[in-house]
Design a protein around this ligand. Structure first.
Ligand SMILES: Cc1cc2nc3c(=O)[nH]c(=O)nc-3n(C[C@H](O)[C@H](O)[C@H](O)COP(=O)(O)O)c2cc1C
Length: 140
């Protein structure tokens, strides 16, 4: 039987933040480059979903590592109104293949439900895990 080596002290954190409307794709490329090298060193994996208005990011890794990265991200001037949606201990990673997967949520017919959910999360005070699972499916 093959058993997976469970990682101890593994956490997942999800936040939503608002983009500056005038920002173009260069900002995304810059973030991707920074994240890929930093996250690999810190054994952090994750995914960043975005549209013109919001960022929604999953970060997973060791407790201190993700909290310290989240602090850095909160102070990044390339977005604002950063709000923590979820932080929980996990048994295994959802995004183990990516230092940071990046995906644009395009304004297509099939994405309308996710886009509505994203703008609802942008306003909501709390969020359920099942709502977040929809984004996980879209990102994986
Ligand atoms: C939406 C958003 C997501 C980010 N995600 C990451 C990330 O996953 N990893 C990372 O190292 N930096 C991320 N950053 C950048 C950090 O805020 C910070 O600029 C960077 O970690 C500094 O890296 P450096 O010390 O190598 O210059 C993100 C920034 C924004 C605005």
């Amino acid at each position: 039987m093959i058993t997976k080596n469970a990682e101890a002290n593994l956490y997942q954190l999800v936040y939503i933040s608002e983009r500056y409307r005038a920002d173009g794709d260069q900002v995304i490329n810059d973030i991707k480059l920074q994240a890929e090298s930093n996250n690999q060193k810190l054994n952090i994996t994750g995914a960043l979903l975005f549209n013109d208005r919001y960022f929604l990011q999953y970060i997973e890794g060791e407790f201190n590592a993700i909290n310290s990265l989240y602090n850095t991200i909160c102070n990044d001037p390339r977005h604002n109104n950063v709000r923590l949606l979820l932080r929980k201990e996990i048994a295994e990673r959802d995004f183990s293949r990516w230092s940071l997967g990046v995906k644009k949520l395009l304004d297509t017919e099939e994405n309308q439900d996710l886009l509505s959910l994203l703008s609802m999360l942008g306003q909501a005070k709390s969020v359920s895990e099942s709502q977040l699972d929809w984004f996980k499916l879209a990102l994986k």
